[in-house]
Structures are given as structure tokens and as C-alpha cells.
Design a protein around this ligand. Sequence first.
Ligand SMILES: [Zn+2]
Length: 330
Amino acid sequence: MMAASLQLEEPWYVACVSFDPEKQQMDIWVKVRDHAVFACPRCGSQAKRYGYEPYERSWRHADCLFFPCYVHCQRPKVLCGKCGLQQVNASFERQNSRFTLMFEGYAMMILADIPRRKASRLLRCNEKSLASILSYWVNRAADKQDLSNVSKLALDETSKRRGHQYVTIAIDALEHKVIDVEDGRTKQAVAAVKVRLEQQGGSADNITAVTSDMSASFLPAVKEYFPQAEQVIDKFHVKQVLTKALDEVRKNEQGEVDDKKTLFQYRNRYFKVNPMSLLITRKPSANERRYRGIVGNHDVHKGLFRARDDAVQVAAGDGAPGVQLRHLIG
Ligand SMILES: [Zn+2]
């Protein structure tokens, strides 16, 4: 079982397994047969074992019966006719990692669902090591992905950590897959997304649509680097602008109107209308007509038009009658 968990094959073998009650950990010692022959790590030709590396190394392995488990091995060297003395790596290790491949695989599975800090407690492994495991495998997967079929992109920004260190995330909008993450939320970040796309077999000319927010850096950058793409504004951001505009209206109204009670009554009745329905060009319902009447000339329209000016295609419906709020409730 131990050999299988390490994917050991002849001439490698498990020499000894023990449990240390004091340290509460399992230890596995792996060795190679004395007369073993290996493929030279550099040229691949057969070469005989020729001594060992000077020190025994240890790797953290997947837990065994909930006890932390460590693998110890003094790896062999080979003497190759062409390349000279070469270090042989074990099948269970990744170069420069202190963890076995099985541990890293398990950690990646946990990290897919759990934040790093919690995973660190669960795996009894410090966060820094988990971060380096994560970044190795994520980068490796990113470098291998084939982006030749990507035709629709979504760009968004998020903060890397608390504060204002932003990153730009590029998503394949059809596959719902993150294809790139770049530092910053500037024009250069969008340029870097294009470079990554083209490095991985994609083409900027194949991109027919790019969804993003209304940020002043994304929109011109998309136009420049993805000239064939139609620019689509993320509906979440449109909604955000509208909500903000409506909020302004509410505040302004409260400032203007003396008779707050009547104002709140009107609001209860008419603010239940979904603001988004105002943007639909169908024939408005009686309630909606009334609602438009109330807010007719008010800042909500200014807000809507501001949103449109920010490149949203806002169809504000047919013209509202323009009845002043204070006339209605006054
Ligand atoms: Zn060789």
C-alpha cells in the first residue's frame, strides 16, 4: 500500500515503515536495489547506479490514518557514458518540493473548495508552502491550456488582498473558465491578456465579444487590443449604476420635500416597480406610467443618461410626462 501510494516501481522499494509515538507521525524509508539500472535523467540512455546523494531527504506525504506521514530517501546517482554523474529523481517527488506528489494532489483538491488559511489547518501545513504548491500547479495548468477556440472574453477586476492591489481576471465567457490573471487593472493588463491568449494558440482577431465593467482603462484598451470585439457591459455593473442613481434620487427627494410621510407613502406604492423595467421599451403598465410621472424630470433620468454616457446602451423608454414630484404630493 505504501509503495502504491508513492507509485514506486522496481528498482525502488519501501525498505521500512514505522510509527513514532512521540512525534505522532508515520515514517517511510524508500531505497533502490544495489545493482539498479536507470535511464539517464539528461539523455535517457541506460546507466548504472553510481553512489547516492550525500544526505537523506524527507518529503511530507499524504496523512496515514490521520497521522502526518513522511517519506525519507537518499536518492541514487547514475554514471552515464555521455553525461557523467547525474542525480536521479524519485517518482513521488516534484523537483524542489518538500512534498510528495500525492500530498500536493490532495492539497490541490482541498484548496479548490476551501480558503488557504483553513486548508492550512486541515492539512497541518503552513500557508506559504500551500501557496507555492498552488501557484506551481495553477501556472502549469495555465501554460498548458489551449486557447485556440476562445471567441468571447469576460474581463473583471478584483483586489489581490485587502487594500488596493488589483488584478485583472480574463475569463473564457463560453467555457466559464479563468484563462489569465494579470497584475493591475490598467491598459497594460489588457495588453498582457492578449499576449497570453496568443501565446496559447488563440488570436485577438477571433474575439468577437468582450464583457467588462465601465472602467476607463478597460473600454479603450479592449478597443485597441481586441478590435473585432463587440464591447458588452456586464449587467451587474449596469445595475450598480442604476441603483446608485436611484439612491441619489431618494436622498435628493428627502432633502427637498417637507411632507416626508406622503413621500414615503408614494414610495411604498411606486418604488416597488422594478427600476430595470423602465428600460424595457414595451408599453408600460399603469403603475409604471405613474412611477415615471413621479420621477419624471428627476435625477433618476440624469442617472440613467449618465449610465448611457458611460457606454451603456440604455433605452430609457418613451418620454415621461415630466410631472414634478412636489406637484403630485404637494
Ligand atoms: Zn546521459
